[in-house]
Write a protein that binds this ligand. Structure first.
Ligand code: NCD
Ligand code: ZN
Length: 423
């Protein structure tokens, strides 16, 4: 296994440090021999590897859009050392065997740790609970369950799922979208813009009514709830209320909901079609503030690759979703750090330590320190570049940042002592 000496980097809080990577962990730099491989990290930040709670890797079933190999290569380029693989594959990850299959793909082909998410209901159909217990006690040790892409809208089923998940120390990650309020074909934030464009809209309340119901169900069940991709000011208010009340709720926001707003859909470019939809500036401000003050606990990418033939359609028919892994850190640095809303140690909390805790991942989200697992991203806080969507490691090209000037922070990623990306 690689031995690597990284010299001159600074930790998130600005302390200069040399790092020696040996046998997958950080060892005392004084023990490095003269002949070990070196990385000169002068002027760079050494941050713990990022952890994504929400990645769509599309394997099995849609390997034309992404595979475990290509999706985790994109993750490594983005500074991630672990991703949670969402269950809406074909077949759905709703059994212990399916979860172990995804785990095995990650072990054989992954450029970072792949953590299988289990479905809440069989086939994501919303009718019958999946094998939560068998998935939790399988070799895959599933701790996060989600029907993401679909909302568990049946309140009784949601209550039961929370109760079961609690038994295994698990969490239900809900895609909060009331299927009636966000009716069939809804593909845009309900606003003046959706009306003018003639696109069926969904109001922000279609999200927050589900969040309001679920935090109360979590309280009733004494269970943990995680709210996926929070996009509205009303959801933030509900989560703030629930946390004050002591309810065990955590929440994530995506990079795109921090940066991109509703007017982008005016050109009918289906790259910008996503669930939940891009919201207006007041909502963006609310989720930014919530991420800064910790009401929203984590950033999660919702990396959702789609093949061209699924995006080249009229706006209301194209599949929703956009890429996120490669530019996630860039977007959070731009929106949160470069504006003074957040410092680097807080960014590390939101993108590494806290998501690792929510997903119950030992060995991820740990400090960069002697004795800890060598999961690391080296960051140049000053570099900037124009995003070239064609240069992506992902198999898909639905990159909403293509052509945009952004920070270009990731210099190298190291997972369990192995270099998985180097610029
Ligand atoms: C996701 C997908 O494509 O699987 N799409 C999306 O618009 N976000 C599903 C999801 O995260 O809801
Ligand atoms: Zn979702």
């Amino acid at each position: 296994m690689t031995q690597l000496l990284i010299t001159g980097a600074a930790t998130a809080d600005g302390n200069r440090t040399d790092l020696f990577v040996r046998d997958g962990v950080f060892a005392p730099p004084s023990e490095a021999g003269a002949d070990v491989e070196r990385i000169d990290a002068d002027g760079l930040l050494a941050l713990p590897g990022l952890v994504d709670l929400h990645t769509h890797l599309r394997e099995p079933g849609r390997e034309d859009a992404e595979t475990v190999a290509t999706g985790t290569a994109a993750a490594a380029r983005g500074g991630f050392t672990a991703v949670h693989a969402m269950a809406n594959t074909d077949p759905v990850t709703d059994t212990a065997e399916a979860a172990e299959y995804v785990l095995g793909l990650g072990e054989r082909e992954g450029h970072c740790q792949v953590v299988p998410v289990g479905a809440v209901t069989k086939g994501l159909a919303g009718e019958e609970l999946a094998e939560l217990g068998l998935m939790a006690t399988s070799r895959a040790r599933v701790r996060m369950f989600s029907d993401d892409g679909r909302c568990v809208s049946d309140s009784l089923l949601m209550r039961r799922a929370l109760t079961y998940a609690r038994t295994y120390g698990g969490v239900i990650a809900q895609h909060s979208q009331d299927p009636r309020l966000a009716g069939p074909g809804a593909c845009c934030h309900e606003s003046e813009i959706s009306g003018r464009l003639g696109l069926p809209g969904w109001p922000s309340q279609a999200e927050s009514v589900i969040v309001a119901r679920d935090v109360q169900l979590a309280e009733l069940a004494g269970a943990r709830l995680h709210v996926c991709h929070v996009s509205t000011a009303e959801s933030v208010d509900v989560i703030r209320w629930a946390k004050r009340r002591g309810i065990a709720v955590t929440a994530e926001v995506t990079p795109h909901h921090l940066l991109l707003d509703t007017p982008l859909v005016e050109g009918f470019d289906t790259t910008f079609k996503v669930n939940p939809p891009l919201r207006t500036s007041e909502h963006l401000e609310a989720v930014r503030e919530a991420l800064a003050d910790g009401t929203i606990d984590a950033v999660a990418t919702d990396h959702a690759p789609h093949a061209r033939q699924d995006k080249d359609h009229p706006f209301d028919i194209a599949l929703p979703g956009m890429l996120g892994l490669e530019q996630a850190l860039a977007v959070v640095a731009e929106v949160m750090v470069n504006t003074g809303r957040m410092d680097w140690p807080t960014l590390v909390e939101r993108m590494s330590a806290t998501p690792a805790r929510i997903g119950r991942l030992a060995g991820q989200g740990r400090p960069v320190a002697v004795g800890e697992p060598a999961n690391l991203v080296l960051v140049d806080p000053a570099a900037r570049a124009v995003v070239d969507g064609a240069a992506s490691a992902s198999r898909s090209r639905n990159n909403p940042y293509h052509g945009r000037e952004l920070p270009d922070p990731v210099v190298a990623t190291i997972w369990a002592g192995t270099v998985t990306y180097r610029r």
